[in-house]
Design a binder for this molecule. Structure first.
Ligand code: ADP
Ligand code: MG
Length: 315
């Protein structure tokens, strides 16, 4: 269905860019553009990997930007800052929330301050000595090593025994100068999408079942490498808790428009929050669109709802 007001709204779809997730972003951007066009919006696609993209964007005469960029230079507050400078409203979180959510160490500090449970962790900066003994004593032998600022599970290693720790840290350090070493949490992995600005609502909880040991890059993006199960096979109480925590995380980081938090539900029903994505995958088969569909919102409706939220005045 074409929205009546959409005809007057021109949307710049920012896509591509320079992050490790460029290919995913191009796919997201193409599908968002098509959905917005189907809704009747005017669409201008801008590849932020092009050297003249700032001029193209600034002179595109668009009313709003739909940022389809994942990872650095897009999901991290930088492009949001550019939109602020150009005075162009944009879909999703502002500069601060985007930067906070992108940084897994900073966001965990905010979760803790807000009473949101998140696995215990160590932080290691490039050049600092790795104290394997202290890490094993605090977190146990099985840990997860990740770069502080990256997405799509790039540079993430599940470490099963202390002897593997140094190499995993080395891998993560090739992506970022700060590395997060986190306690491994056994359980059912779920993700919860959240929509809204000041009064956000959660979408149905999705259970993720990867073919590999964890939800790595291939599980995320290759067809058939993971299954999305709605409703998640967890207790009613745990499901409600996941949805409550995802909304709390959205509010704690100050997100707008949309977010999607990843969580793990332990066999005893305890829930821990891993991270919050401010620009989750937005192809038709990605997790947030799947959750929206389960709530009765088709992909084009979701895209136009996000434009509406972006144009809502800030309080
Ligand atoms: N502490 C943990 N315990 C168990 N599994 C984890 C943990 N941290 C991450 N994982 C696994 O690694 C995947 C990627 O980690 P995540 O923190 O979501 O980073 P990103 O998706 O940004 O790369 C998760 O989806 C999950 O499968
Ligand atoms: Mg994740």
């Amino acid at each position: 269905m074409v929205d009546a007001h959409a005809r007057e709204v021109r949307v710049a779809v920012l896509m591509g860019g320079r992050s490790a997730e460029r290919e995913i972003s191009l796919k997201t951007g193409a599908q968002v553009s098509a959905a917005l066009e189907a809704k009747g919006f005017g669409v201008v696609e801008v590849d932020t990997g092009d050297s003249d993209f700032v001029t193209r964007f600034a002179t595109s005469d668009c009313h709003v930007a739909f940022i389809c960029l994942h990872g650095r230079f897009g999901e991290d507050g930088t492009v949001q800052g550019l939109c602020e400078l150009l005075d162009i409203p944009y879909v999703g979180s502002g500069v601060l929330a985007s930067a906070l959510a992108m940084d897994k160490v900073m966001s965990k500090r905010f979760y803790r301050a807000a009473g949101i449970p998140t696995p215990d962790f160590f932080v290691l900066k490039r050049g600092e000595e790795l104290d394997t003994g202290a890490i094993v004593a605090t977190l146990g032998e099985k840990v997860v090593v990740k770069p502080a600022n990256e997405g799509s599970a790039l540079g993430v290693t599940i470490v099963h025994e202390p002897a593997e720790l140094a190499q995993a840290v080395g891998v993560a350090l090739t992506y970022d100068r700060t590395v997060l070493i986190e306690r491994f949490v056994e359980g059912v992995e779920v993700t919860v999408g959240v929509l809204g600005n000041e009064h956000p609502m959660s979408l149905p909880t999705i259970e993720i079942v990867p073919e590999h040991e964890f939800y790595d890059f291939e599980s995320k993006y290759l067809p058939g490498m993971s299954r999305h199960i709605i409703p998640a096979r967890i207790s009613e109480g745990a499901r409600a808790e996941c949805e409550r925590l995802a909304v709390e995380a959205h509010l704690a980081l100050g997100c707008r428009g949309m977010s999607r938090s990843d969580l793990i539900v332990s066999p005893d029903g305890a829930v821990q929050l891993l991270e919050t994505n401010t620009i989750p995958g937005m192809t038709q088969t990605s997790l947030l669109p799947d959750a929206a569909r389960a709530a009765g919102m088709e992909f084009p409706d979701l895209c136009s709802r996000l434009i509406e939220l972006a144009l809502e005045p800030r309080t």
